[in-house]
Ligand binder design. Structure first.
Ligand code: PMP
Length: 435
């Protein structure tokens, strides 16, 4: 496949060499493919990405998830351009689109009484933790292990194993973790045990989880898990926080909370909430919890601080509002989900046909394709890192091969479908996977 890159992507090669001089690793985002070099993507539309050398790729990255309508959707772009004509991207004052977006989210997710827009999912998680602590007066946070909740110090992606630090922990001081603990995916008894220990030691402000399972379903949550966690949280006076950065609106306009019929106290948003436009994050939930952001209403009469020069700007709120309206009007989550079902069924067929030791499953438009055995690694395996590294390399090889066959995935193991993925697109992708 390196030969394919040499032959077909010379402009990208040159651009990547220049990027390497000025950008660490030559890419701004760890999800970007950069082996053998990053592809220079200069056009994105619907189901496809186009690179600077004129190659076309089926886009199963969808920027990491925010674009269920497909890339660069026309109606959203038109609304943004109209806003820019009249107002520009940001004023620092209130714009009607902010209220319109918050109201629309409440219409789709009744548990989200009040909503605050922020700059990213990472910031929204930070705000949820802060407001949960402010509201409850409790200190501890429990997260379901293996989850990704952004890159802030206290929750950074941590595959914690005994005697070892988390992955990607350089630069994070250990005390940043002191208020956070993790329990194994899907393990209710471990969660109860941790809540019990914490109860004698300052209490637990919040349980934070990805409702389809950590890393958006890589370790799928048992179907009744969220409802059981809801009950546990009530028992311990702990807030339940759903991280719906991926599932929010992608799994359905009611998000995972609609899908599972479980109302969290707080919901964290990102990605779809601004439809792929920048400043995409927010936190929403019960009125009396969210009140702590407004000031004067915690027990101590203090305010839970959030900030962000570009938080809740007219551009992201206009993009988010029109994205959600269009997604609802066009039934985009269901269409993208049907594409995900078709793809998963096709991949299952290929796995059976070639007797591959692979596994595929999907939650609507969130499709998992595990081809490297990572899932079979146990966190308590003493050789965990020795085994993980070659497997991550293998995933890198897979994503490189898929791209050369014309399909861009998320790190070779996740696929986000969109409404733009017609049967023809999916069948073309399956032919590429088969090759
Ligand atoms: N939570 C989850 C479940 C995510 O998938 C992500 C991003 N991939 C985040 C939080 C962080 O969001 P952002 O990248 O907008 O900071």
């Amino acid at each position: 496949y390196h030969e394919w890159y040499e032959k077909h992507t010379p402009t990208s090669k040159q651009a990547a060499a220049e990027a390497n001089e000025y950008i660490p690793g030559g890419v701004q985002h760890n999800l970007a493919l950069n082996d053998p070099w990053a592809l220079s993507i200069t056009r994105a539309e619907g189901a496809y990405l186009h690179d600077a050398d004129g190659n076309r790729y089926i886009d199963f990255l969808q920027a990491g998830g925010p674009t269920v309508l497909g890339s660069n959707h026309e109606a959203v772009r038109a609304a943004v351009l109209e806003l820019l004509e009249h107002c520009g991207p940001v004023t620092g004052m209130l714009h009607p689109s902010e209220t319109a977006l918050a109201k629309l989210i409440h219409d789709f997710m009744p548990a989200v009484h009040k909503f605050r827009m922020l700059g990213s999912g990472t910031e929204a998680v930070m705000a949820a933790i802060r407001v949960a602590r402010a509201h409850t007066g409790k200190q501890h946070i429990i997260k379901v292990g293996g989850a990704y909740h952004g890159w802030s110090d206290q929750v950074v992606f941590g595959l914690r194993i005994p005697g070892s630090g988390p992955l990607e922990a350089a630069g994070i001081p250990a005390p940043a973790y002191s208020g956070t603990s993790e329990t194994a995916p899907g393990d209710l008894e471990a969660l109860r045990a941790r809540l019990t220990v914490n109860a004698e030691n300052g209490g637990t402000a919040a349980v934070l989880l990805e409702p389809v399972g950590p890393e958006s379903g890589t370790h799928p949550a048992p179907h009744d898990f969220n409802a059981a966690v809801r009950e546990l949280c009530d028992e311990f006076g702990t807030l339940l926080v759903f991280d719906e950065v991926v599932t929010g609106f992608r799994l359905g306009m009611g998000g995972a909370q609609g899908y599972y019929g479980v109302a969290p106290d707080l919901t964290v948003f990102g990605k779809c909430v601004a439809g792929g436009y920048p400043a995409a994050g927010g936190v929403g939930g019960r009125e009396e919890v969210m009140a702590a952001f407004a000031g004067g209403l915690t027990a101590a009469g203090q305010r839970a601080l959030t900030g962000g020069t570009l938080a809740a700007n007219p551009l992201s709120c206009t993009a988010g509002y029109h994205t959600l309206l269009e997604m609802d009007r066009l039934d985009a989550p269901a269409k993208a989900g049907a594409a995900g079902d078709r793809l998963r069924a096709g991949l299952e067929g290929l796995i059976a046909k070639y007797e591959l030791p692979y596994v595929t499953y999907n939650f609507g438009s969130i499709v998992h394709l595990h081809t490297s055995g990572v899932l079979h690694l146990r966190l308590d395996d003493p050789e965990f890192f020795d085994k993980l590294t070659p497997r991550l390399k293998m995933l890198g090889h897979m994503s490189l091969a898929y791209a050369a066959e014309g399909v861009i995935t998320l790190a070779g193991s996740r696929i986000y479908t969109s409404m733009a993925d017609t049967d023809e697109v999916i069948d073309d992708a399956l032919a590429a996977f088969e090759r």
